[in-house]
Write a new protein. Structure first.
Length: 36
């Protein structure tokens, strides 16, 4: 039971950081294109 919970937490961590990376990448791209 504890092992399954660890797997679930690890998956959540990976998904969270993946979304965070995508958002950061998109934000950087938008800032680059919005340069005056």
């Amino acid at each position: 039971m504890k092992y399954g919970l660890t797997i679930r937490f690890l998956c959540f961590f990976v998904v969270f950081f993946t979304i965070l990376g995508i958002v950061n990448f998109v934000r950087t791209t938008i800032e680059t294109y919005n340069l005056p």
